[in-house]
Design a protein around this ligand. Structure first.
Ligand code: ATP
Length: 564
């Protein structure tokens, strides 16, 4: 669910997110304006040369060639510079818009509520690409057409006011095509953006669930859905193109009218024959760029729809807030305390007044019925989301507690590592997938051995996209290895042994028992929970089990007695 900013000027509103690029946009506009005027001047000079040669049967004077050659050189340099500048600007605009969106997604988390990420992806990828072109090229084109038209009209008015009047009429006709189909273009543009968003949703869904498509034989229904959604997008695009073509025809007619009108005016007013071509070309050079700009304006509704979607995404309410300045983390072992935590997805409450306190260095298990909210506790304890009520704090034996929301994000991630139930591994080698910046191969080999993976993979083994070439249990253990190699002070694990056989689960439990980190482990498996100092039942958090792991030396003296 997004909150619409409903900005009346969505394209202008996004300028606020382009920061330093506004200067570059102005510079590109200046380049394009001068380049456009040069082009107009070259066309008019050539027409003058032709008129001179055909009617007077003589070559134009020397200054003419010098001026023409100078303009051609200036235009060539400007075109080159403009291409260079506007391409670079387009990339930077794209990067800025995407970074602004990703920054917002990082605190607004579309996945927190059951939203389809395809739409967010479509906005971040496709809409931003449409807009990149607008800020880097279109604005400059519109301004250049306006300046060029103004100069052309002034020149024509100086030579012969009637010609300026005829050209002005043609310009008015060209411009009248802009509001002409506007409502329809707006509706069709919004429909097309909506339809391509829906298509993106479907495609992202199917790509994410390819195995299910194969496993359940869903080819036909999936194909049908994509075909239908694609056909909807194609129909919207088709209607949009037809409207554009009709309007383009009207604009061509207006440009032709300008040429013919000026020709008639010139002939009627007895202008010398050698100037006829010059004046007709001047009129055409005045009107044609405006016709191109009008064609661009006709595409603005689709761009406005894209800008509205980007603006809406950027206005998503944050579910993570950042305190500034960030609070420093205490040194030494850290504990974790959740106090009176309440949380719900949309209207549905999952946690209400939830309390959990883990002493520095303590290993705590969390269990409870399916759907009771254990993974939600993991997300809140890891600060992937913020609670609606209550607090989550990091505690230390030497300093006052620090609200987890007050800790700088990078410092928090270096301190607290979470292994989620369905977490992903990146493709590449085992080393690339699991090693931290200073991890040695010896450390990787040691942990692979301890987790029973050394026979299956080496640091150089390729694991495929998302670890596809591994079994589910191997993937789960590699994700654990990745977390352990980061040497976090707090490690939070959601079902680390769910995919494992007894022997592998025992290896994991044994490894966890030797970790100096503070541990919170969600599990349904008795054997895994038995390795913890203490187990909390989420359904009855006030009832704490007695320590189940006499093998592990307790390094959090006093805490357990206090809790029980
Ligand atoms: N992203 C989400 N959007 C909306 N509701 C959600 C979301 N994630 C979980 N829920 C709902 O919140 C409730 C708690 O889910 P959670 O995954 O925390 O339970 P759990 O105790 O970890 O379950 P399990 O043991 O089955 O993994 C469930 O009813 C679930 O449907």
């Amino acid at each position: 669910m997004t909150t619409s900013t409903a900005s009346a000027r969505p394209l202008t509103a996004l300028l606020g997110h382009l920061g330093g690029e506004r200067r570059a946009i102005v510079a590109t506009i200046l380049l394009v304006v001068v380049s456009q005027v040069c082009l107009g001047a070259i066309s008019v000079l050539l027409a003058a040369a032709v008129g001179h040669a055909v009617v007077l049967r003589s070559a134009p004077p020397g200054w003419f060639w010098v001026l023409s050659a100078g303009l051609v050189i200036v235009r060539a340099v400007l075109t080159w510079g403009e291409m260079d500048a506007s391409h670079a600007l387009a990339f930077r605009v794209l990067a800025r818009l995407r970074m602004a969106l990703f920054d917002r997604y990082a605190v607004a988390l579309p996945t927190r509520r059951r939203e389809n990420t395809g739409r967010a992806a479509s906005t971040a990828m496709a809409d931003t690409e449409r807009l990149e072109f607008f800020y880097a090229h279109t604005v400059a084109q519109l301004v250049a057409a306006a300046v060029n038209a103004l100069l052309g009209l002034v020149l024509l008015a100086v030579v012969e006011p009637v010609l300026a009047l005829v050209t002005l009429t043609a310009l008015a006709l060209v411009l009248s095509t802009v509001p002409l189909g506007r409502r329809r273009l707006e509706a069709l543009g919004a429909e097309m953006v909506e339809a391509t968003g829906a298509l993106s949703d479907r495609v992202v869904d199917v790509l994410g669930g390819l195995r299910e498509v194969l496993g359940y034989g869903l080819h036909e229904p999936v194909r049908h859905q994509i075909r239908e959604t694609g056909a909807g997008a194609a129909r919207a695009a088709g209607r949009l193109e037809t409207t554009h073509r009709v309007l383009a025809g009207a604009r061509e007619a207006a440009v032709t009218l300008a040429g013919v009108g000026v020709l008639v005016g010139v002939l009627g007013r007895g202008v010398p024959a050698e100037h006829v071509a010059t004046l007709v070309v001047l009129a055409l050079a005045t009107v044609a760029p405006v016709a191109d700009a009008a064609a661009t304006c006709a595409r603005l509704p689709a761009l406005r729809a894209a800008a509205t979607r980007v603006g809406d995404e950027l206005a998503r309410p944050a579910v993570l807030t950042r305190d500034t300045p960030p609070a420093p983390l205490p040194d030494g072992p850290l504990g974790l305390r959740m106090h009176g935590v309440g949380f719900g997805y949309d209207e549905r409450r999952v946690l209400d007044g939830f309390d959990l306190s883990i002493a520095p260095g303590e290993h705590v298990g969390l269990r409870g019925p399916s759907g009771a909210g254990k993974s939600t506790v993991v997300s809140l304890a890891s600060r992937l989301w913020d609670p609606d009520t209550g607090s989550v704090e990091l505690t230390s034996s030497t300093r006052a507690e620090v609200a987890i929301s007050a800790v700088d994000d990078a410092a928090l991630r270096a301190t607290l590592t979470t292994v989620e139930q369905d977490g992903a591994l990146f493709s590449g080698t085992v080393r690339e997938a699991i090693a931290g910046p200073s991890t040695t191969d010896a450390e990787i080999e040691e942990i692979l051995t301890r987790l029973g993976l050394a026979d299956a993979v080496t640091p150089d083994s390729h694991i495929g996209e998302g670890g596809l070439s591994l079994s589910g249990g191997q993937r789960a253990r590699l994700r654990l290895a990745q977390a352990v190699l980061r040497r976090p002070r707090i490690l939070i694990l959601d079902e680390p042994t769910a995919d494992l056989d007894e022997a592998s689960a025992r290896q994991v439990t044994d490894l966890l028992g030797t970790l100096p980190a503070t541990l919170l482990v969600v599990s349904h498996r008795h054997q895994t929970l038995a390795g913890m100092d203490r187990v909390v039942d989420i359904a009855a958090p006030e009832v704490y089990e007695t320590p189940t792991n006499p093998r592990r030396p307790r390094n959090h003296a006093g805490h357990a007695a206090r809790e029980r």
